[in-house]
Design a protein around this ligand. Structure first.
Ligand SMILES: [Zn+2]
Length: 354
């Protein structure tokens, strides 16, 4: 019986892999490979309680809450990078992840706060991201754009400073700003000035919301930040008015199911994830992995999870791919061109595109 299931899983994952995909909720630091992180900790001679071997490090990837996850993210993961040059490893790891999943375009968060605190030069970091994006484009035909996470974890002044630095060192690879970090400690209401300024300067704006706090956080991100997409948004599950509003406006939700199971706030099992409810309610649902290494999840596998645990049909998986592509910040003509290629791949696989 098990063998039949494995064969089925292999077949579906092969199919999912064969279709070119996009991803819009992905953190650069969360793409770090365990090898890279262990290498940096060892080479930079860093000492962290309870982490003496590579195995110890991997065992840390067991989070009981979003705040516990963020603590690890800032104090161990980001803290392991001690020079701007270290960030180049992340581009290599991003390339491995994107290729492995046949992702042809991705919008990737980068959160500079901790790196700036550790003395890394903002200008150098932006240059490394830009060079990395150009290298991926020319060598692998993969396009990436960055969204700078101004962060809600360090207060308004830090967020203002992050925006100012971003605007000062803007390049073609930077398309917007986001708001990540501790949702319970840094509510959207604190940051409207930062977001207004970013919009005025032509940047796209997104916000994590409803990942760790009730639906008021989603409403406030729309109202105070004018967020063009919502990261997670799963607490909308309990707010019929918000479900209706999201359906009517088409504001995309960047859903990351496995991540939500890891951080445990609203759901404990994939089967209970509201992505099914949102999809059936006509909300513009997209599928993403958030932090692939830390949550041990690949995008291909996440699509399979939707098929296996949440009764998405193959055609519905294609619809999720379409939603994600059209929720990107690519210009319309690029979206259409990419969708044409996607449709061709779907047809080659023997299916009809949505
Ligand atoms: Zn995220």
């Amino acid at each position: 019986m098990q063998q039949v299931k494995d064969k089925e899983q292999t077949r579906i994952e092969k199919l999912i892999h064969s279709i070119p995909k996009t991803e819009i909720h992905l953190h650069l630091e969360g793409l770090v490979s365990v090898d890279t992180l262990w290498y940096l900790i060892s080479r930079n001679k860093l000492e962290f309680d309870g982490i003496n071997t590579r195995e110890d490090l991997e065992q840390q990837f067991d989070f009981k809450s979003l705040d516990e996850f963020i603590w690890f993210y800032i104090n161990i993961l980001q803290n392991a990078f001690r020079t701007s040059e270290d960030l180049k490893c992340l581009i290599t790891d991003a390339k491995t992840y994107l290729s492995r999943n046949n992702i042809v375009y991705a919008e990737i968060f980068f959160a500079p706060s901790k790196f700036v605190q550790n003395g890394l030069e903002f200008a150098e970091m932006m240059q490394i991201l830009h060079d990395g994006a150009q290298k991926l484009q020319s060598e692998d035909n993969i396009e990436i754009k960055f969204i700078i996470d101004v962060s809600r974890s360090y207060g308004i002044e830090n967020a203002e400073q992050n925006l100012a630095l971003t605007l000062e060192h803007l390049n073609d690879s930077i398309i917007g700003i986001g708001l990540g970090g501790s949702e319970s400690q840094g509510p959207a209401e604190l940051f409207p000035s930062v977001f207004k300024k970013a919009i005025d300067k032509g940047l796209k704006v997104v916000a994590h919301a409803g990942e760790d706090v009730d639906s008021s956080s989603i409403w406030n991100s729309i109202k105070f930040l004018k967020a063009q997409r919502i990261g997670h948004g799963i607490s909308a599950r309990d707010d019929a008015k918000l479900i209706e509003y999201l359906q009517k406006t088409g504001i995309p939700l960047e859903i990351c199911p496995t991540s939500n199971v890891f951080t445990r706030k609203f759901i404990q099992r994939l089967e209970d994830h509201p992505i099914r409810l949102f999809f059936d309610s006509g909300i513009n649902v997209t599928l993403n992995t958030d932090d692939p290494t830390l949550f041990n999840i690949d995008l291909v596998e996440e699509y399979y999870n939707m098929y296996n645990h949440l009764d998405f049909t193959i055609e519905e998986l294609f619809q999720l791919m379409k939603n994600t592509l059209f929720a990107t910040f690519l210009p319309q003509e690029k979206k259409s061109a990419l969708w044409e290629k996607t449709v061709a791949a779907i047809k080659r696989a023997g299916y009809l595109a949505p």
